[in-house]
Design a protein around this ligand. Structure first.
Ligand code: PMP
Length: 337
């Protein structure tokens, strides 16, 4: 009888098994141990348990891992309040519904889990990642073989772009690879499968920057790999639609906040409309919004390897909006609606 890693006992063909185990033993050194790589903090909530980061694990049979089958949310915590909590919950449960997945806990419980993670990790300002995966099942796509969806809540920090980009703006590219057609994959579903966005981001990284504007298969401006996009022309702000017209993008909660609340608060007007990339290149100012990114200006757009300079730094109206944004999220009360 041979024992592999102390827990699995196998009868028969002992010597062949031992030989194979010995010949593959060195492979363990390829990976750092979870405690070396991850450490203990934050405490992470996984399927009902609050665990040290290095022990927070899910099954290798989880379809979230095997197929990217699941949905997620990224949420900001400002001064211990969960920014736009209600809207994030609505989007999460709606996305789950769209992929025919029933989240096994109520919205109220989901909110309490987040508050627990904030308290357990003493998080004043940070970021919450909620993941709802299809859950452990069999090897095969069939979601009916996954009896209970998994729920993960991570309350931690996030920083997408360098600090100086927030003051000076950042250079982005226009990705060659389009977003999948809206009919193929509803871009409003915030799914665990971000490969299209990751490959567009790799295009950006290959060209020495951090973000890419993604076009629809018909060449309309949609969004970036992790942010929505706005342009300003002659004092008016424009952003593409999410699911009407020719575009298609995530219904960004920051986009909605900026479009429907922040811009009017600053005495400006925001128009939702389809745009071609030429309009973006001809804009006075361009900025991106997202939960992780918050608000960030774009100062240059590269298309087909050719740079189009928009400005030397952050434009004045973007600056005004960004300061108002900061004022709201650092003041009392932080909106949880
Ligand atoms: N588009 C994509 C593709 C994203 O991943 C994100 C980030 N969640 C956004 C837009 C911005 O959405 P939100 O403001 O809700 O974070």
């Amino acid at each position: 009888m041979s024992t592999i890693k102390g827990s699995v006992s196998v009868n028969g063909h002992t010597s062949a098994l031992e030989e194979l185990a010995t010949s593959t033993a060195h492979l363990t050194k390829v990976w750092p141990t979870p405690s070396q790589q991850l450490g203990e903090r934050p405490l992470v909530w996984v399927n009902g348990s609050l665990l040290p980061k290095s022990q927070a694990m899910i099954s290798v049979y989880d379809h979230g891992l095997l197929y990217g089958d699941g949905v997620f949310e990224g949420i900001r915590v400002y001064r211990r309040k969960i920014f736009k909590l209600k809207q994030h919950m609505e989007r999460l449960y709606e996305c789950a519904r769209k992929i025919r997945m029933e989240i096994p806990i109520s919205i109220e419980d989901m909110i309490n889990v987040q508050r627990l993670c904030i308290e357990a990790n003493n998080l004043d300002d940070g970021y919450i990642r909620l993941v709802v995966s299809r859950g452990a099942g069999t090897l095969g796509l069939d979601p009916r073989r996954c009896p209970v969806p998994g729920v993960i809540c991570i309350a931690d920090q996030i920083s997408l772009y360098g600090k100086s980009f927030y003051e000076n703006g950042m250079r982005v590219i226009v990705a060659k690879r389009p977003k999948p057609a809206r009919e193929a994959l509803d871009p409003r579903i915030k799914s665990l499968n971000y490969l299209n966005n990751i490959m567009a981001k790799c295009e950006a990284i290959d060209q020495g920057c951090d973000e890419a504007i993604m076009l629809s298969t018909d060449g309309f401006v949609t969004e970036c790999t992790g942010d929505n996009i706005f342009i300003i022309k002659d004092g008016v702000v424009y952003t593409p639609p999410n699911s009407t017209g020719n575009s298609g993008s995530l219904e960004g909660i920051t986009q909605r906040f900026v479009r429907d609340e922040l811009i009017p608060m600053c005495g400006m007007k925001c128009v939702v409309k389809d745009m071609r990339i030429e309009e973006v290149l001809a804009a006075d100012e361009v900025f991106l919004t997202g939960t992780a990114a918050e608000m960030i200006a774009v100062n240059q757009i590269d298309i087909d390897g050719k740079g189009h300079k928009l400005s030397d730094g952050e434009g004045p109206l973007t600056n005004k909006l960004r300061h108002k944004f900061r004022a709201i999220v650092t003041s009392d009360p932080i909106p949880e609606d």
